[in-house]
Write a protein that binds this ligand. Structure first.
Ligand code: ARG
Length: 263
């Protein structure tokens, strides 16, 4: 579990600069780990995915992703914002590049974190940010609580983010995307034991690894059929064979999210 714990420590408040520094303290990546996109995948743009938001600090340094589900509402991970205050966070839309200055920057008026959230391995990794400024971008639909069938094993899901492109690598300046198959709950349980909370999490990734979300992608979307169905949450390292990425199972939290979206 040490790699998981290190990954989690490295995850929150990760900036491009912090990622480079973290690499030093996390040890040398294996020589065979070639740099890969998101890990595995391709570059894309916020024009293609207009609901894809950067969650940043007050200086607009990105540390997580988020999904615009209403003009002033962004779904992200609880672990992304649990140590933040509304005044310390910004949401940036319409900005494909981390070093860009374009798009729309909003302050955050309110951070709602699932009241039961303690740690990613205990589930409840969901938060909703209320923006002070409306985002002029197309929102993403999200699953209803009834749509539990979307997580059928083998279903293709899409992940997005600016996170590190290898396990101990650095963030991607350009937004990246990849597709990964949903993993069965039994398969995910075999990988993660009691850290996999079936009601609150869903796994996605190839058995052989190679494609995954990674540090800095947290809070961003797992889309199934173009609908927000998961939130990037955690994993043992990144893109490792036998260790799929773990995402918040949004159907479980859909009604709660709707309450916040309508509040
Ligand atoms: N916890 C990470 C973050 O805060 C996301 C890790 C996802 N890991 C994975 N192997 N899919 O950015």
């Amino acid at each position: 579990m040490s790699a998981l714990h290190r990954a989690r420590k490295a995850a929150v408040a990760l900036t491009a600069t912090a990622a480079a520094a973290a690499t030093l303290s996390l040890g040398t990546p294996s020589a065979s780990a070639a740099p890969q996109p998101i890990v595995g995948g391709t570059t894309t743009t916020t024009t293609s995915y207009p609901f894809m938001m950067q969650i940043t600090d007050a200086s607009q340094n990105q540390f997580c992703g988020g999904t615009l589900v209403a003009p002033t509402k962004v779904v992200t991970a609880a672990h992304c914002v649990v140590d933040e205050t509304a005044s310390s966070v910004r949401v940036v839309g319409g900005r494909t590049y981390l070093n860009g200055t374009n798009g729309t920057v909003s302050r955050v008026g309110d951070i709602w974190i699932h009241p039961d959230y303690t740690d990613v391995t205990n589930g409840d990794d969901v938060a909703v940010l209320t923006l002070s400024t409306s985002m002029p971008y197309t929102t993403a639909p999200y699953v209803s609580s009834a749509q539990t069938n979307v997580y059928a094993a083998g279903t293709t899901a899409r992940i997005l983010g600016w996170g590190t492109t290898s396990e101990n690598g650095s963030s991607s300046n350009q937004l990246r995307t990849a597709t990964v198959p949903v993993v069965s709950d039994s398969g995910c349980g075999s990988a993660y034991g009691s850290d996999f909370v079936r009601s609150d999490m869903v796994c996605a990734g190839y058995t052989s690894g190679g494609t995954d979300s990674c540090q800095g992608d947290s809070g961003g979307p797992l889309l199934i059929g173009g609908v927000l169905a998961g939130i990037t949450s955690w994993g043992e390292g990144c893109a490792k064979a036998g260790y799929p990425g773990v995402y918040t199972r949004l159907t479980t939290f859909s009604s709660l999210v709707t309450s916040e979206v309508n509040s």
